[in-house]
Design a protein. Structure first.
Length: 566
């Protein structure tokens, strides 16, 4: 787990917790929890909650539980449980022996429901779903009492026992809290607290056919575990009165304090599990770990580090109002993390062959290259040089514009770590007229990239030796959506209509320096002048390398930040 090196952080939630400690509330103890539903993979929004809950617990020398809210077997799967555990561990947090499931408390929750019935604070309602919705009223009109609201306690107990025994079909009955159908808060208008679900549960099998609703199970699970601060996102603010009502009516020994904070909204991204699932099931992306998704698994596969995600969450901070965070800030966080830690390598993604006519045929040599220009301790490596090389197609133009300083006929440029070369002639495809080969000469006195006579060149280009390079597939990822807030306008297009058709480009004829041949999955490199790249953990294998571009070198967030300062 990350240390409490940042224990001086301050925000309104930490201030509340600190005040509670000072007044010895909860005997000075702090206990938080992260309660994901196992119905999908975690995303960057969950990462913010994870960092907040585990972070506060660490800073205040408290505890943080991991509790799976597994109350809807129709949508849950053991695969999601496994992925959630893995993601939290990878982010750097550890729940130790505090792993719980709401299903661990099913018997206790059932007994709590029975207690509410006996106190005439809950009843079995036999209205259908549509009628319940109609009786509920609107934001401007009060609801109407269910015709079953005044059933006698004995009848309610009998029906609830029979619901558990499986005598009724789904939707035939629900158990509702008996609160106030005229309440201005819709959540207090006799909400359902148990419903029938005849589905296999990933943990309890077929032991149960009735399952508690989230609002009922969540507060009681918090109480059972002795949670002191139940930290959740703003959409649960209107649910807080119900949270407190249930605990008060049952007079539980532990009554946690619910505190809401703004959820993370990221530009050019969707965070809804429902929308993410639709992208996966529609094959718009290749599974939950597709590097274009904001899932933690996808971001890890793309090359994001756990440290960069934690730093991003810290930069975003904890607010009371929802807002949109610029995706550029996330990209800045990964660049900031990788810049100092990632070794540099040479690679050519769109190759154009260079032949150095005055370099002896059959001759080869090894040149010394820095692993990191800003960190001498990362050392050097040897890279092969020969008569035939590859450069990027974009680094050559036969008829360039005025401010193009790279290779053109008659111009001299520097090859990184190598020599000065000069373009002498080109060979073109007879049918298309495309340049397919560039012939150059080199100056053997410029080894290492500097000229003894002091002459200067305006461009330095990356390259690889054609005879020694290793081939690889490189996947260039971009934003999945081409609008800032996909689906955010209720009257606008559906989010599926804003898919960026250029979100993935696959390059299959890429050439890398030979030292990359043995790269292990998730290895990170900066391909000089091209960006940061990661060895794909799923599709790459020895002899068949696949690299994912994590992020380009261009930092748009820094430009935005500088403009704001001015």
């Amino acid at each position: 787990m990350p240390s409490d090196e940042n224990s001086t952080r301050s925000d309104f939630i930490r201030n509340i917790v600190e005040d509670d400690i000072k007044t010895n509330k909860n005997n000075g103890l702090v206990s938080t929890r992260f309660p994901p539903e196992p119905n999908g993979y975690l995303h960057i929004g969950h990462a913010k909650s994870i960092c907040l809950n585990f972070g506060i617990a660490t800073e205040k020398k408290g505890t943080c539980n991991l509790r799976f809210d597994d109350t809807n077997p129709v949508k849950e799967d053991a695969e999601y449980v496994k992925s959630i555990k893995s993601d939290i561990k990878w982010l750097g947090f550890d729940w130790k022996d505090r792993l719980h499931y709401t299903s661990d408390y099913f018997e206790s929750l059932y007994n709590y429901a029975v207690e509410l019935i006996k106190k005439e604070k809950a009843y079995v309602c036999s209205l259908g779903p549509d009628d319940i919705r109609e009786y509920r009223g609107t934001l401007t009109e009060p609801g109407k009492d269910s015709p079953y609201r005044n059933r006698l306690v004995g009848e309610n107990l009998d029906l609830f026992v029979r619901m558990r025994a499986g005598e009724f079909e789904e939707g035939e009955h629900v158990l509702r809290a008996k609160i106030d159908m005229s309440s201005p808060n819709m959540n207090m208008r006799d909400p359902a607290i148990y419903r029938i679900r005849k589905a296999y549960h990933h943990k309890t099998g077929n032991d149960w056919c009735i399952y508690p609703m989230y609002d009922f199970s969540h507060c009681l699970s918090d109480s059972i575990e002795g949670i002191t601060h139940s930290i959740c996102t703003l959409e649960f603010e209107d649910h807080r009165p119900l949270y407190d009502w249930i605990l008060d009516e049952l007079n539980t020994k532990c009554h946690p304090r619910q505190i809401e904070f703004a959820r993370l909204n990221l530009s050019y991204t969707v965070m809804s599990k429902r929308k993410l699932l639709k992208l996966v099931e529609s094959n718009i992306v290749n599974g939950w770990d597709d590097p274009r998704l904001p899932t933690i698994s996808g971001m890890r596969r793309r090359g994001y580090t756990s440290g960069s995600i934690r730093n991003f969450c810290e930069r975003v901070g904890v607010a009371k109002r929802d807002s949109m965070v610029d995706l550029a800030l996330l990209e800045y966080s990964i660049r900031d993390d990788l810049n100092t830690s990632t070794p540099r390598r040479l690679s050519v993604l769109n190759p154009l062959k260079i032949i150095i006519d005055n370099y002896p045929e059959g001759q080869e040599e090894e040149l010394e290259a820095l692993n990191h220009p800003g960190d001498p301790e990362m050392g050097t490596r040897k890279i092969p040089f020969s008569r035939e090389l590859y450069i990027e197609k974009d680094d050559f133009m036969e008829d360039p514009p005025k401010k193009f300083f790279r290779l053109t006929p008659g111009r001299e440029v520097r090859l990184r770590f190598a020599y000065y070369i000069k373009c002498e002639s080109v060979i073109k495809d007879e049918k298309t007229g495309e340049v397919v080969e560039v012939h150059c000469t080199y100056d053997p006195e410029t080894k290492g990239g500097s000229s003894p006579d002091g002459r200067k060149v305006k461009a330095t280009m990356h390259w690889v030796s054609a005879a020694h390079s290793v081939k690889a597939e490189v996947r260039l990822y971009d934003r999945l959506f081409n609008v800032e807030n996909p689906g955010g306008d209720k009257n606008g297009p559906d989010f599926m209509e804003s898919i960026n058709p250029e979100s993935l480009k696959v390059l299959t004829d890429c050439h890398l320096e030979p030292g990359l041949a043995d790269s292990s999955p998730e290895s990170m490199y900066q391909f000089e002048r091209l960006g940061y790249f990661c060895v794909d953990s799923k599709d790459s294998m020895p002899g068949s390398l696949v690299f994912n571009r994590t992020v380009s070198l261009r930092d748009s967030w820094a430009k935005v930040a500088n403009k704001r300062k001015k």
